[in-house]
Design a protein around this ligand. Structure first.
Ligand SMILES: Cc1cc2nc3c(=O)[nH]c(=O)nc-3n(C[C@H](O)[C@H](O)[C@H](O)COP(=O)(O)OP(=O)(O)OC[C@H]3O[C@@H](n4cnc5c(N)ncnc54)[C@H](O)[C@@H]3O)c2cc1C
Length: 367
């Protein structure tokens, strides 16, 4: 029996760590990921200012997995009828497959945006942003961040701190097509984020739709904006054909599950779970139970179809950094400053600890 987990982000790693403990030892567990390391993506914007964080945020898979075989390859397709996965290393077959490939940046076909903007999904993007902003600082130029979701807000916050240290008065502009930053979040949280961005000197412009981009200008629905650096955090889409729609059992078909950013999950209450690290981790817990039940059913070869658990989204709260300012929401309470920063640090180091990266967790908390 072979369980194949595609993608070792928050969803995939949390899932295989649970399955390692719960699946019978003769079930083969393989994690396919194109990288050598598990990336703690929700903190990568911090590496714009602190390049040394790279090492704490990229943890080799052999440190986070024990009996799982990490197969380094790029997945290019899945044939669910044949129960095979096409990868850069060849064809892999499975009995049960879990799709947790995360998402890629969506450019929505906006002319010139993919060609001229840097996304914020990987550490090499972050390094590119750091280098590009160095030039913006030297010339007193303008960096434009398109999209004020969590990644855009946090990226703009980091750039604003770097801008504040420069004598040349570089500008950081954050564009958002909705009429608020962090659309979809509670009003008090959005307002606190907006005030923190304003305090740090980010020029926030809401109600601004990006229509296209040239090498030096972002064209908006009602004008244009010259830039020296363009960063795009305007949205996400699935790796192949959009984010896969799944119900609360996370099941795509008899042998396949999907979760994390790769899926658009309608939970047990009928709500769409937000694309977030905490969602991916929560769904991995449900997926682990369901994969185990399906494996038992397939091995025994008789009896009734297994009863599968249903995922229910429940927010553990939010902690978002805006440069050195942090805004957190726990329940309906919004806090800022030192308590929020402490919460953000605790979440980051708590996650690192939960995947077995203890020294990184300690180092992160200390820094
Ligand atoms: C800058 C930034 C800040 C964020 N801040 C927050 C925050 O404060 N709070 C929060 O909850 N969320 C935040 N997020 C969102 C959070 O990081 C994602 O929701 C989370 O990473 C989703 O987890 P996942 O396991 O579904 O996918 P990922 O973590 O993206 O993992 C997907 C894995 O699949 C692998 N992969 C992808 N394609 C292929 C392929 N074709 N072949 C092989 N392997 C592949 C990748 O290498 C990766 O290891 C932030 C994201 C960004 C970018």
């Amino acid at each position: 029996m072979h369980v194949l987990v595609l993608g070792g982000g928050y969803a995939g790693v949390t899932l295989v760590r649970t399955l390692e403990a719960t699946l019978p030892p003769d079930v083969t567990l393989t994690l396919v990921d194109e990288r050598e390391t598990h990336l703690v993506q929700h903190l990568i914007h911090r590496a714009i200012r602190e390049p040394d964080l790279d090492e704490q945020l990229a943890i080799p898979f052999d440190r986070v997995c024990s009996r799982t075989d990490h197969h380094q390859a790029r997945v290019t397709g899945i044939d669910r009828d044949a129960q095979t996965v096409e990868a850069s290393t060849g064809t892999l077959s499975y009995d049960v497959c879990v799709i947790s490939l995360g998402a890629r940046t969506a450019f929505y076909g906006l002319d010139g945006v993919a060609a001229h903007a840097t996304p914020v999904k990987r550490l090499d993007h972050v390094a590119q942003i750091r280098q590009g902003f160095q030039q913006v600082r030297e010339m007193g130029g303008r960096a434009v961040v398109g999209g004020a979701g969590l990644s855009g807000v946090q990226t703009a916050g980091e750039l604003a701190e770097l801008a504040a240290e420069a004598d040349t008065e570089p500008e950081v502009v954050l564009l958002e097509q909705a009429d608020t930053v962090a659309p979809g979040f509670d009003r008090s949280f959005r307002e606190a984020l907006r005030e923190t961005l304003d305090d740090r000197g980010v020029d926030v412009r809401t109600g601004q739709s990006v229509e296209r981009a040239t090498a030096d200008e972002v064209v908006l629905s009602d004008g244009s904006l010259a830039y020296d650096q363009f960063i795009w955090t305007g949205g996400i889409t699935g790796q192949f054909d959009g984010r896969r729609a799944v119900r609360a059992t996370l099941r795509v078909d008899d042998r396949t599950f999907a979760l994390g950013d790769a899926a658009r999950v309608v939970d047990a209450d009928g709500d769409v779970a937000p694309a977030a690290a905490q969602t991916a981790v929560g769904q991995a817990e449900t997926a682990a139970t369901n994969v185990k039940r399906l494996v038992e059913y397939l091995r025994d070869g008789d009896g009734f179809e297994p009863r599968l658990d249903r995922y229910r989204y429940s927010s553990k709260g939010w902690a978002v950094s805006v440069g050195d300012g942090t805004v957190a929401q726990v329940g309906s309470t919004v806090v800022r400053g030192a308590p929020a920063h402490l919460l953000k640090t605790t979440i980051g180091s708590g996650y690192l600890g939960s995947v077995g990266a203890i020294s990184e967790a300690v180092q992160y908390a200390l820094e």
